[in-house]
Design a protein around this ligand. Structure first.
Ligand SMILES: O=C(O)CCC(=O)C(=O)O
Ligand SMILES: [Fe+2]
Length: 393
């Protein structure tokens, strides 16, 4: 176990060649990472004092563990077991915003193949990786925390992002990835199709658990983005982050981790490190599901810490609403104790625009869409209730 107050160590040659992220001396709009060894963390990666992680990637001090959901129970358990399992999933999404999925039906060989293809991509030379930048200047394709003007600038990570929608993804793959297109083509299609089905299933179970028609969420959703994140070994992990505290904007995220931990969830004010467990998946609630569920389910703040010994690779499929859909809480989920939450009407596309412009921090984006003011009528009602309560005393 490593605590963050140990001496910073020099990294050996191994694991620190192509993945290293030293910015080019002539930092321009596209200042690029260079494949050189970095033994001291560059200033651009150093987070502010209050953001620097105090809990190391392999510190699992608290007894609390992520709730586990067994999809086999939902596939072939008795009605009673299914209903209990759905309720456990619902509770996990309320209390943790996260759960671990076992027996998820995503073929293990596909998970391994996907991991291997991404690993080969990140081991390409920097020039080869940079050939896969988004032709339209967005965040698709290859990006790294060393690039200026990218909203993950200064994060200790590299990423490779593909559109979630099948035809757009195929077209993107054909325009980019000339070095290892075949590595990705078949396996990615099969992988995405399976994870898409899984995401649909999970949102259907959640809708039923909430008392809504099963297709209530899934009929308005599709895979939004597929993202591979690579976190190289870091000379000073206590001063930086792979991803700063944020929530995911979408409906659900399905994450595959390798055998190196780094994902941490903020629970009751403490950072809980998610253990790695082979062949399992991590699922979390996104902002859109929190809003749709009238704040019953919660998109919980999480971050990624890095370490000095090993690189880490994750694959995430973000399942989100169709871009033009107007997002509003479902009025059937309002009760006397839990009234309808107010958000100004917005489309998912508009929400994503705000996320992309903002530095990802906590729940600021979600809260910026809330309407806090009350109407005159509501104020009069509140005042009448207050007066009644006071005079009853
Ligand atoms: O790589 C991880 O463990 C999680 C990354 C993440 O939270 C994200 O990309 O939204
Ligand atoms: Fe995330």
């Amino acid at each position: 176990m490593s605590l963050f107050n140990e001496d910073k160590r020099e990294l050996g040659k191994e694991g620190m060649n192509e993945g290293d992220m030293e910015p080019s001396a002539a930092a321009g709009a596209l200042s690029s990472p260079l494949p050189v060894q970095q033994s001291v963390l560059q200033q651009r990666y150093v987070r502010g004092e209050d953001e620097q992680p105090k809990v190391a990637h392999d510190r699992f001090e608290r007894e609390e563990e992520l709730p586990v959901i067994d999809l086999a129970v939902l596939a072939c358990g008795s009605e009673h077991d299914k209903s209990n399992c759905r309720l456990r999933m619902l509770r996990a999404c309320q209390e943790w915003g996260f759960f671990r999925l076992v027996n998820h039906s995503l073929p293990i060989h596909l998970m391994r193949q996907m991991d291997a293809a991404a690993r080969r991509f990140f081991s390409l030379s920097l020039d080869e990786k940079l050939e896969n930048k988004d032709p339209e200047g967005g965040t698709l394709g290859y990006c790294s925390g060393a690039q200026d003007g990218y909203n993950l600038q200064g994060y200790w990570q590299e990423s490779l992002q593909f559109p979630g929608e099948k035809d757009t993804r195929k077209a993107f793959l054909d325009r980019t990835m000339q070095h290892n297109r075949n590595d990705f083509r078949d396996v990615m299609e099969e992988y995405c199709e399976n994870v898409h089905k899984l995401a649909e299933k999970l949102t259907e179970h959640l809708a039923v658990a909430l008392g809504l028609p099963s297709a209530h969420f899934s009929k308005n959703c599709s895979p939004s983005v597929v993202r591979f994140s690579f976190y190289p070994p870091c000379p000073d992990p206590a001063s930086t982050l792979g991803v700063v505290p944020h929530t995911d904007a979408f409906v659900v995220t399905i994450l595959q981790q390798d055998d190196v931990s780094g994902l941490q969830i903020l629970k009751d004010g403490n950072w809980i490190t998610v253990r790695t467990q082979p062949d399992t998946l991590i699922v979390n609630v996104g902002d859109m599901l929190q809003i749709w569920s009238n704040d019953i389910l919660s998109s919980v703040v999480h971050r990624v810490v890095v370490n000095s010994e090993s690189s880490r690779l994750t694959t995430a499929l973000f399942f989100g609403p169709i871009p033009k859909i107007v997002i509003q809480p479902h009025s059937d989920l309002a009760t006397a104790e839990h009234p309808l939450q107010k958000f100004r009407p917005f489309t998912f596309e508009e929400y994503m625009g705000t996320v992309e412009r903002a530095e990802l921090v906590g729940k600021d984006v979600l809260d910026s869409f809330r309407v806090y003011h009350t109407s005159i009528d509501e104020q009069v009602t509140n005042l009448a209730q207050l007066t009644e309560a006071i005079s009853a005393k």
